[in-house]
Ligand binder design. Structure first.
Ligand code: ATR
Length: 264
């Protein structure tokens, strides 16, 4: 039986096992996908188990997407550019670190039928997933990307890899077509991002990476004012879909049953 893992800290909340085990069952694959709580000093040992064949693949979640990099043999182009890995596999006896968050974000937007080309984008936050979002938006032809983070130095670190982005102070706003909440504000139901929603004009696209809760206050207010909104649920499903395809060479079905799995 093949063995797959998602590693992170915390890890209890992760819905990856539910999704992967559902697809494993549907496709009658002899495999199991489990979650494992780690501390940073465990990374080397767990990742080396992919080389020895004890583990067949690993998904990495917060906070190890960057700190796991030294323990793989090779990075894919996407992983290199974002300095972020969320999927590990073995190829020709080498451990490869790859990033499927990029494709996850792009396919999630396409699922929503949003065309990001020539659009002005404002991203709030500079956490682990932001370089992947920037990479995907650039690939999709976004016109201009502005980044705002409470801790400005973290935004400046991201700019080192993406010099074309603009950084503004936390609390400032620029004109945008699409605004993305990539902060953790909204994970708690009463969390609010202080924004003057009435100043933005209508028909903007508000996207929240958070999908649990389904509708953050950020999306709720935007919707009330007549804007388009979407959460990060499809991004999550598609990043898993891409990892599944790499490991099992099958693109499993994303149907209503799959999407509903994440609602329970
Ligand atoms: P990580 O930084 O470990 O990747 P994350 O959950 O992906 O974690 O990122 C959290 C993001 O939410 C950060 O951009 C953080 O801002 P800081 O870099 O200043 O910490 C942002 N964030 C969390 N709570 C916030 C708050 N109350 N106000 C503003 N930004 C907040």
């Amino acid at each position: 039986m093949k063995k797959y893992l998602v590693i992170g800290n915390p890890i209890n909340h992760s819905l990856s096992p539910k999704l992967h085990n559902h697809w494993i069952k549907k496709n009658k694959i002899d495999a199991i996908y489990e979650k494992k709580l780690l501390i940073k000093s465990d990374l080397n040992e767990v990742i080396s188990q992919v080389k020895s064949g004890e583990i067949d693949g690993i998904n990495i979640t917060l906070p190890f997407k960057n700190s796991a990099i030294p323990f793989v043999d090779e990075l894919t182009l996407e992983a290199k550019k974002t300095q972020s890995i969320n999927t590990i596999y073995c190829k020709n006896k080498k451990i490869i670190g790859h990033n499927t968050d990029i494709a996850g974000f792009e396919l999630g937007l396409r699922h929503f039928k949003y065309d990001a080309s020539k659009k002005k984008i404002l991203i709030l936050g500079a956490g682990g997933v932001v370089p992947s979002i920037i990479f995907a938006l650039k690939k999709m032809g976004a016109l201009h990307i502005t980044l705002s983070n409470r801790t400005k130095s973290k935004a400046e670190d991201i700019k080192k890899n993406f010099p074309e982005i603009e950084i503004i102070d936390w609390g400032k706003i620029v004109e945008f077509d699409m605004i993305i909440n990539a902060t953790s504000i909204g994970l708690n139901n009463d969390d609010e991002i202080k924004l003057n929603y009435n100043d933005f004009g209508k028909n903007k696209f508000f996207y929240d990476v958070i999908y649990n809760p389904k509708q953050t206050n950020f999306l709720k207010k935007a919707k009330e004012l007549g804007n388009m909104t979407d959460n990060g649920k499809m991004m999550f499903i598609y990043q898993a879909h891409q990892a599944f395809a790499i490991w099992h060479k099958i693109f499993p079905k994303i149907d209503i049953e799959t999407i509903k799995l994440l609602d329970d």
